[in-house]
Structure formats: C-alpha cells, structure tokens
Design a protein around this ligand. Structure first.
Ligand code: SF4
Length: 197
C-alpha cells in the first residue's frame, strides 16, 4: 500500500533531535536540506559496505559467535501507531530473539544517545511489522570496531515516545528551539543559517 510520506516522521529525525532540536525546525518547518559534504558521502559508503558484508555472514558481526536463524534487509516500514517511517537495514532472528542492527561509521568511544534512540525507534517499527517482541538493539561503530548491545527496555521505549512528541511539537507550533552553544555547532551543516538568525 502506498503511504503518504508527508504524514510520517523519518526515524533519522530521532537521531537529529538528540544532536540538536533546532535542526528539526530547519528541515521539518522551513524545508531545508543539509548539503551533503564529502566526508558524509564517504561515511555513508562505508556504512553501506559494512552492511553488505554483514548481510552475507552466517553469524552476527564477525567477532560474535551468535547464530543467525533468519535475516531481513532493507525493509521500509511505516508505523501507523507512531506515525514514523524508516528503512531497516538489517534485522536478525537469533536463538535469543529478534535483534536490530545499525552500523555507524564512527570511532566514538561512547554510544551517542541519538544512535541509541534512533535504533530503538527502528526496533519499535520492527515490533509493529513482525508482531513480535524485539529483544535487543545492536549498534556497531566501524572505525574502532566497538559494538554495543542494549536490551529494548520500557525506559528506552518511553524515551523514543517522548522524542516523537517533542518533534511533533516543533512541527505543530512552528517555533524555533533555542540555539545551543556547543562543540557540535562547529561541525553542523546548518551553522551559517543558524548563526544568521
Ligand atoms: S549550529 Fe548549533 S544550535 Fe545551530 S542547528 Fe547546528 S547544532 Fe544546533
């Protein structure tokens, strides 16, 4: 069934909100699109390459011995209840249950909240689509080979719901969130626009 894309929030926005809520205003209210820089293209290519490798493996993320019973790749899911849409790169069924894998081209030592809640949102889409409980989410950092596996707890689910509410509020009220003065402003693709306001 074809869906009216405009009525759904992209899951990517969950990550963006945690980076800076102001960007949600720029893309969701003003309709701006961040220009894709060279390093962003390279990052995306690396993530796709790793995802392709992962799709062919019989166990989970080379270093783990966990058996994969079944896997699904590149499934676009619309959540009617959350009004959220996203493409899930990789979902696996293991002896422990369903797991959602997200690969990030980063060398960050710690798991970023944006990555955690974005992947948790994918898990909620998978639960609705498969009508099965998702056991955990796995986020793999390619550049330093770090892997985080986190159980999908009620607390995490509640935070995803909270984020969706906050995003909807920005879209409905059309009020620009306060600017943040933090170090990621320097690497933000909206820096010029943001500081000119
Ligand atoms: S420049 Fe800073 S405050 Fe402005 S949108 Fe980017 S991260 Fe947010």
């Amino acid at each position: 069934m074809a869906e009216d894309e405009e009525n759904y929030i992209p899951v990517k926005w969950i990550e963006i909100y945690h980076y800076c809520p102001r960007i949600i205003y720029f893309i969701g209210v003003l309709g701006f699109k961040e220009s894709e820089k060279e390093y962003m293209k390279e990052g995306k290519q690396e993530e796709e390459l790793q995802e392709e490798k992962e799709k062919r493996r019989k166990t989970l993320l080379a270093k783990r011995k966990e058996t994969v019973i079944e896997k699904w790749t590149n499934i676009k899911i619309y959540s009617q209840t959350l009004k959220l849409v996203g493409i899930l790169d990789l979902i696996v069924k293991t002896p422990q249950g369903l797991k959602i894998i997200d690969i990030k081209n980063t060398d960050q030592e710690k798991l970023q909240p944006g990555y955690l809640y974005q992947t948790a949102a994918y898990a909620l889409l998978a639960q609705e689509h498969f009508k099965k409980h998702v056991k955990s989410i796995i986020i793999h950092h390619v550049k330093n080979n770090k892997t985080f596996e986190i159980n999908l707890t009620n607390q995490i689910i509640q935070h995803v719901h909270w984020t969706i509410k906050k995003i909807n509020k920005i879209l409905e009220k059309q009020q620009i969130p306060k600017a943040k003065n933090k170090k990621q402003c320097q690497g933000c693709g909206y820096y010029q626009l943001c500081k000119a306001l």
